[in-house]
Design a protein around this ligand. Structure first.
Ligand SMILES: Cc1cc2nc3c(=O)[nH]c(=O)nc-3n(C[C@H](O)[C@H](O)[C@H](O)COP(=O)(O)O)c2cc1C
Length: 331
């Protein structure tokens, strides 16, 4: 596949890669809310991709309407990362993203994810080898530093990434040691945007369309990536498109239908042993849409089967009918 330009329309929205959450069925629902958002797979471990691990297969599925779509890979070995790029590229995705942002201690112990920020030459080799192996959009997702926001380091590191051929960079505005503490620093996104010759995508703590507009305006960034808020309210993309003056054809959102869409999709796409855990993970975020979220999620967590979870949401909405529909304002 030739290189697709994700940024030619300007102000691009992206669905963040999220382990155990951005599954093919979840992406299918997001696509209903946005034709243009760039969707990311959850992180795929490069040895698992290269080894053809069976458990990985459901997460390597690409929906027919996923494009524009990016597979994210995680690993620390240049050979396995480049082979994973080639395998995923052969599946026809328009982008591969290298994870240099995951701060989970287990992952960092194995010199993967954000731990790569401390391995300048190894990171260079990984990117160079991936670039050789893959002709589509190659990007890196990273944090603002390892132990602190580190402007000098970040600029040096990103300039190295660009010189090795990455097409764009995604910056989560926290340093690795913060994990999810404090707030993302969008000034670092602005700094990158002003300093690099490639598109820059900002990420961190976006909760509504107003913030999206504000971040585009205050940083000049080319794209904004949305994670947890998109898991809670996948229609954030509709609201953002409206705020950006490019409304789609989605009108009212039915919160029961949307939940059932995701949950039934999990049942259809994933192996049975994953239904309960993946559904609970999704509901953890989705419940936050409702006033009595703790009680609702507690009830969902007490059941194992997806139809029972949908029933609990339905009964909740029968008791609280005014929480069922979100009206999308006319353009
Ligand atoms: C449950 C969960 C899983 C995540 N998994 C990944 C992942 O697989 N790859 C990745 O690069 N980032 C991952 N992230 C980080 C998100 O992509 C994103 O950078 C972070 O959540 C900040 O964005 P947000 O505030 O919009 O959620 C994950 C975050 C969460 C909460």
């Amino acid at each position: 596949m030739g290189r697709v330009d994700f940024f030619n329309e300007g102000r691009v929205l992206m669905l963040a890669p999220m382990a155990e959450l951005t599954t093919p069925p979840f992406r299918r629902v997001v696509r209903k809310f946005s034709k243009s958002a760039v969707l990311f797979s959850e992180m795929l471990s490069s040895p698992a991709v290269v080894g053809g691990a069976l458990y990985n297969e459901p997460f390597m599925v690409k929906n027919i309407d996923d494009e524009p779509f990016v597979f994210q890979i995680l690993g620390g070995d240049p050979e396995s990362m480049s082979r994973a790029c080639r395998i995923l590229g052969d599946r026809g995705c328009s982008g591969v993203n290298i994870n240099m942002g995951c701060s989970s201690p287990t992952i960092m112990k194995q010199v993967r994810g954000a731990r790569l920020l401390k391995e300048f030459e190894l990171s260079r080799e990984i990117v160079a080898r991936c670039r050789e192996a893959y002709g589509g959009n190659l990007s890196v997702k990273l944090r603002t530093g390892f132990e602190k926001h580190d402007e000098e380091f970040l600029l040096d590191f990103c300039r190295m990434l660009v010189s090795e051929g990455v097409d764009f960079i995604i910056l989560h505005g926290r340093f690795a040691k913060l994990a999810f503490k404090r707030k993302a620093d969008w000034k670092m996104v602005k700094l990158l945007k002003e300093s690099l010759p490639v598109p820059v995508v900002g990420n961190g703590d976006v909760e509504n369309a107003g913030q999206i507009l504000h971040h585009f305006e205050s940083t000049g960034c080319d794209g904004i990536m949305i994670g947890r808020e998109a898991m809670k309210s996948p229609w954030i993309f509709v609201l953002a498109d409206h705020a950006l003056g490019r409304g789609g054809d989605v009108s009212d959102i039915d919160l029961l239908e949307t939940a059932a869409d995701v949950l039934c999709g999990l049942e259809d796409f994933l192996p049975p042993e994953l239904h309960k855990s993946r559904a609970h993970r999704f509901c953890f975020y989705y419940s936050k849409n409702f006033k009595f979220d703790h009680e609702l999620f507690r009830n969902i967590r007490n059941v194992d089967r997806i139809p029972e979870m949908i029933k609990i949401i339905e009964e909740y909405l029968n008791r609280n009918p005014h929480e069922r529909i979100i009206k999308i304002p006319e353009m």
